[in-house]
Design a protein around this ligand. Structure first.
Ligand code: CP
Length: 332
């Protein structure tokens, strides 16, 4: 049965779908990060597998393009011993007019246990979660501008890995916040975990009006935004989502908001630089910063596998079941 207050939780407060970080209790977020920490080592084993999703069928449904999220979900499901089906949306019957819910009904008839969904429409994973059978689970892999919860969680994992404690941190999220589902998920993650200060940095045309209500400080210059920061999360300029002239040009944007080695010196000397990818070198971030010593952009991708393993084993209940059966630690 779905909880009225939060469709991601069952009546016992257990996570059964992951649709958004917004509204997730702090102990659930922390449990996901702690579980991911136990899965990180699986990648270093000779046999990179644990049996938690053995016999389960995971359907990857990416209605929008993806490199990192789709691949790391596939790796994560494979490492959990699931059967993984990647639906080729371009060659699917969606192109003949089949509706999203009819597609889901037909895949459910093939005994799907878990749907991983990326869609350009905000709310599509919520709609699916409302229509699947109680034993079927849904993970949002990015919906429109709304949310990208597993990216937010892997970003929280990365920050915790390098900085340990959120309570003294200043984190700046820089760039095209208006079109970014990652920015929203990161803000919810950071505020849930008690981050001392979250700054949102960008030109007025690319920072939505509701940002201040989300408990963040809004800065309209890069210099103000990153001064003294511990963590800088750079965002891609999402030209494909822009309608109308929100910016003079990408060169102008880089001049004002592009992160260069010189500007990075305004942050703390041990500040880390993150980016969800894909990167536009020379548009929002200089190549020397991407490849520099403070960049943790590629570790973010690697941590994404363990975080997605954690989310899949938690929403399906298989981690809880394994822990109940025999202590769980042995399986992870
Ligand atoms: N970060 C992210 O969502 O990247 P992809 O679009 O490649 O999945």
């Amino acid at each position: 049965m779905l909880s009225r207050r939060n469709p991601q939780l069952n009546k016992n407060g257990e996570l059964i779908h992951l649709l958004s970080i917004e509204g997730l209790p702090r102990d659930i977020v922390t449990h996901i990060l702690d579980t991911a920490a136990r899965f990180v080592g699986v990648s270093d084993r000779e046999v990179k597998k644990v049996p938690l999703l053995r016999g389960k069928s995971v359907f990857n449904l990416f209605f929008e393009n993806s490199t990192r999220t789709r691949t790391t979900f596939e790796i994560a499901a494979t490492r959990l011993s699931a059967d993984v089906i990647n639906l080729d949306i371009a060659r699917s019957s969606a192109s003949k007019g089949e509706s999203l819910l009819d597609t889901i009904a037909n895949l459910s008839a093939m005994a799907a246990d878990l749907f991983v969904v990326r869609h350009s429409e905000s709310g599509a994973p919520y709609l699916i979660a409302q229509h699947v059978a109680p034993h079927v689970h849904v993970i949002n892999a990015g919906d429109g501008r709304h949310a990208h919860p597993t990216q937010g969680l892997l970003d929280m994992y990365t920050i915790r890995h390098y900085k340990k404690d959120f309570s003294n941190l200043t984190v700046a999220i820089v760039g095209d916040v208006l079109h970014s589902r990652v920015a929203r998920s990161d803000i919810h993650g950071l505020t849930t975990l008690g981050c001392a200060e979250v700054r949102v940095v960008g030109p007025k045309t690319l920072v939505p009006a509701d940002m201040a209500q989300m408990g963040v400080r809004v800065c309209h210059t890069l210099e103000e935004g990153i001064r003294g920061c511990d963590v800088i999360i750079m965002l891609r300029l999402q030209n494909e989502r822009m309608s109308g002239a929100l910016l003079p040009s990408s060169q102008e944007f880089f001049k004002s908001f592009g992160l260069t080695p010189e500007k990075l010196q305004l942050a703390k000397p041990d500040a880390i630089v993150m980016h969800p990818g894909p990167i536009n070198r020379g548009v929002e971030i200089d190549s020397a910063v991407v490849d520099g010593r403070q960049s943790v952009i590629l570790p973010q991708v690697t941590f994404g596998i363990a975080v997605r393993m954690a989310v899949m084993s938690i929403v399906t209940g298989t981690l809880r079941q394994a822990q109940g059966d025999r202590g769980g630690e042995e399986q992870a």
